[in-house]
Ligand binder design. Sequence first.
Ligand SMILES: CC(=O)SCCNC(=O)CCNC(=O)[C@H](O)C(C)(C)COP(=O)(O)OP(=O)(O)OC[C@H]1O[C@@H](n2cnc3c(N)ncnc32)[C@H](O)[C@@H]1OP(=O)(O)O
Ligand SMILES: CC(C)C(=O)C(=O)O
Ligand SMILES: [Mg+2]
Length: 524
Amino acid sequence: MTSSTSRIHIFDTTLRDGEQSPGVALNHNQKIEIAHALARLGVDVIEAGFPITSDGDFECVKRISREVRGPTICGLARTARGDIERAAQALESAAKSRIHVFTSASKVQIEHMLRKTPEQVVESSVKAVQFARQFTDDVEFSGQDVMRADFDFVIRLYDAAIEAGATVINIPDTVGYGTPEEYGRLIARVRDEIVRGRPVAISTHCHDDLGMATANSLAAVENGATQIECTINGIGERAGNTSLEEVVMAIHTRRDHYRAETGLRTRELYRVSRLVSRLTGMPVQPNKAIVGDNAFAHESGIHQDGVLKHKETYEIMNAELVGREAAVMVMGKHSGRAAFRKALSDLGYVTNGTSDRGLNEDAVNALFARFKELADRKGQIYADDLRALVEAGAEVQATFHIDSLQVLSGTHVTPTATIKLTSPNGMLEAAATGDGPVAAAMNAISHATGITPELDSYRLQSVTRGNEALGEVSAGVRYKGVTVMGIGLATDVVEASARAWLHAINQIVAGQARVKATVTAETP
Ligand SMILES: CC(=O)SCCNC(=O)CCNC(=O)[C@H](O)C(C)(C)COP(=O)(O)OP(=O)(O)OC[C@H]1O[C@@H](n2cnc3c(N)ncnc32)[C@H](O)[C@@H]1OP(=O)(O)O
Ligand SMILES: CC(C)C(=O)C(=O)O
Ligand SMILES: [Mg+2]
């Protein structure tokens, strides 16, 4: 840290405000596990709970105080003496402890919730801070809902709290009402009018009701705040709190701008995010900054091509720095050839092969065309899909290709299929019926090609994941004593069957059949 770089303290409240997320209730062991993970991450303060809440919360704060070393352990308390005493008891065995006393600052909360006058709020706050100081030298003070409060009152309240012994003053935008500009200006006012060089830290605590928690916290840093209160994955009351991973990585990535740094071991970020998501049962949205599944993933061809050539074309931070893998390629309909080749070679296929070895240019192009077709229907294409696609054959050598297939089937109709095939001699078209839609499609192909093998075996299986999983059909066919295995892949099972049938016919025509059974003189 250079002399012009300020150190920002990270106050993690996942176990207190985060646990206030509707539907979340962590048990002791889960909280201890998260507290240890936060200590490994290197947060400065863990707000372990609100000890007056219940015996369970009390015991948990007590256990964290006893077991977790590194960060300061903090307990929340209203201005009531009972709350403060209970917090102090819970924190007794912590190596470093903090009591966090809070009141309300806005008129609406003072009048309607606390049912007090502003004077009474100041008085009870002063008494509470003084009382808390009897247990620890580290007392944090908060007045809820500052952004809807009268700022002159806010200044008076916090000045009184500092005089009473508060060492950290936390400025909560409890309902996520402020804009970055307004919030930043208030923090600057607090810094200039009441801190005035006294050894008191300014802290920010923002909620995300309007999606501005991260921006507001960073605006506070620009205006003198040296502590950010936040939660892993941004969980918390209603729309949640400032997301820890976002502010930490914003400060790191834009250190040229913020001239600040946190002391966190950022490589732990992703792991802690997964842990909190798993234990709270709150999934992380895929497009969530830093820790979402898509945060370092690329699906569109132009981006994939850029990232494959040079990661920084579309990635602004080092994924490894947050414990993740960089430049993850997601294969879908927006993907291009560069990523497709890379995906094939990652699966072990040689993509610059010659006509007799590996996949040559034509083979890759044919596979790419099939891949696009599939992606249009299936959405995401997984490694298994790609493998199956290659194994089903690029059909470069194929004489016949499906141009279109239409099948009519139902309870009271005779299954009928119409096929159009491209061939070296032009378009071939035929229609046929069958016992079922699969038989009708196979018969139509046989009529069009003039080749009618016998079906020896038929197997259909789902090879990939998702609702639109690929169906793979393996059709063992016999023709003039030669047995050939045709493989067809499609999201539609009738189409997969037709493709398998045609694949077999193409092998017969090309004379490239893999002989699986003894050749006999028998003809079908
Ligand atoms: C913005 C925040 O995140 S604040 C923290 C919010 N977290 C929680 O509330 C979780 C834990 N809470 C609880 O378990 C309970 O609400 C308790 C144990 C704290 C209190 O329970 P109860 O005694 O049953 O009170 P209840 O929850 O119904 O109402 C809250 C009381 O606290 C008072 N209160 C609220 N904030 C404060 C404060 N900062 N200082 C003093 N009193 C306060 C309210 O005025 C109300 O008092 P009243 O009962 O005299 O009207
Ligand atoms: C207890 C306080 C700091 C709080 O969580 C809030 O105001 O949002
Ligand atoms: Mg809060």
